[in-house]
Write a protein that binds this ligand. Structure first.
Ligand SMILES: Nc1nc2c(ncn2[C@@H]2O[C@H](COP(=O)(O)OP(=O)(O)OP(=O)(O)O)[C@@H](O)[C@H]2O)c(=O)[nH]1
Ligand SMILES: [Mg+2]
Length: 373
């Protein structure tokens, strides 16, 4: 396969999928040092932090936004809850007002308000800020950070603070704070905890249109990634069937290329695989698919009734969908492995042989399963 042509086509599809996924924008608030950045890193990965604090959302604003892939993080810089409250509320209003005029992917979808679990206090100004955000239409998840957990019990002081906050009946998601610890602490044997619950709460209030972006952006819930990838395999297989079945002259294997590349680009992004790496993986995988496909295809063509009557080159909807389905499944497995740091050689580089082997074995088993059912 000609490298340039392939890379260009894949890039087109990758960008298209990126646009179609949109972005999940999270505002993160709370006093300085409570662990906001650490929490964002634990759930979304280091990338956001590495890109720095970002740009002021509007000129002169103390709200800064850092975008990375399908995630936007809005953080404050230079303003402190409990000290600059008037300015904070004013800037929140401005922020929400301008954000509302923008497309959904630019709006603020959810806010995490963070309190240190062992602080023992929660101030009036913090409650006001939360009410203000809620009134501005931004759902607030209240997070207690760095909460010690031992033998299944949270630290009593954190529990007591959580009870007090809950009793205030603030407009917060779930009606209560989420107790978390973002990074395990060996000395106190405090594990990381509460992150999945926090993420689930966030999913409950994130708009439908950016749920896919949130699935892609987060990196702790692999089950959600798997289901989302599966969804796009089914979509791709359906589109392939439709393309092959449509009675227009283009209905042949060439029509399937953008569909399959689009599906692969989408799944790569669900697993946070950057374009350059995804393109290399895709070359290795599609080469493997062509080899494995040729063998499987001959068998498939015989299996699919009526195929003999179709004019040369055209393929049936059944074959197109089976082939695309198997490709998508195999590709999703490759992406999941790569995302978890596997398929590397001893130098930590992606090992093309391993990629090819895994792809072929997954692809072949999926073709078999599908064509037998
Ligand atoms: N063990 C442990 N340490 C944490 C946790 N969260 C934060 N820390 C530590 O607390 C310190 C402050 O954390 P940050 O994430 O920088 O806090 P922040 O709220 O982003 O602070 P500002 O950006 O300055 O407002 C760092 O030294 C972290 O390593 C946690 O969940 N567990
Ligand atoms: Mg920070």
């Amino acid at each position: 396969m000609a490298g340039d042509w392939f890379e260009d086509s894949f890039r087109t599809e990758y960008l298209r999928q990126q646009t179609s996924m949109g972005r999940f924008n999270l505002a993160i608030l709370g006093k300085t040092g409570v662990g906001k950045s650490t929490l964002v890193n634990a759930i979304f990965g280091e990338e956001v932090a590495r890109t720095g604090i970002g740009e002021p959302v509007t000129k002169g604003s103390h709200f800064y936004r850092a975008d990375s892939g399908n995630l936007g993080v809005i953080d404050t810089q230079g303003l402190e809850v409990g000290r600059d409250d008037k300015q904070l509320l004013k800037e929140i209003d401005e922020l929400v007002k301008t954000s509302r005029k923008m497309p959904i992917s630019e709006q603020i979808h959810v806010a995490w308000y963070c309190v240190r679990g062992m602080d023992r206090r929660f101030e009036q100004s913090e409650a006001d800020l939360i009410r203000h955000l809620d009134q501005a239409g931004v759902p607030v998840v209240l997070v207690m950070t760095q909460v010690p957990l031992r033998e299944g019990r949270f630290h009593p002081d954190a529990v007591e603070l959580a009870h007090r906050i809950t009793a205030m009946q603030l407009p917060i998601v779930g009606g209560h704070p989420y107790l978390t610890n973002a990074i395990p602490d060996e000395f106190s044997a405090n594990p990381a905890h509460g992150l999945q619950e926090l993420l689930d709460a966030t999913f409950r209030v994130a708009p439908e249109a950016v749920q896919g972006a949130l699935v892609a952006a987060q990196q702790i819930d692999t089950r959600r990634k798997r289901l989302e990838a599966q969804k796009h395999v089914v979509i791709g297989a359906g589109a392939a069937a439709a393309a092959a079945a449509s009675p227009i002259p283009f209905s042949d294997a060439a029509m399937l290329v953008p569909i399959q590349l689009g599906m692969m680009a989408r799944i790569a992004q669900i697993y946070k695989i950057k374009f350059e790496r995804a393109a290399l993986l895709a070359v290795a995988s599609t080469t493997a698919a062509t080899q494995a496909g040729r063998a499987a295809f001959t068998g498939l063509l015989k299996l699919v009734p009526g195929v003999g009557t179709v004019a040369g080159g055209a393929i049936s909807a059944g074959v197109a969908s089976t082939f695309t389905f198997a490709m998508g499944q195999a590709w999703a497995v490759v992406c999941a492995r790569v995302a978890s740091g596997k398929l590397r050689n001893s130098e930590g580089m992606i090992d093309n042989d391993q990629v090819r082997q895994l792809f072929i074995s997954e692809f072949t088993s999926k073709v078999k399963v599908r064509s037998q059912s």
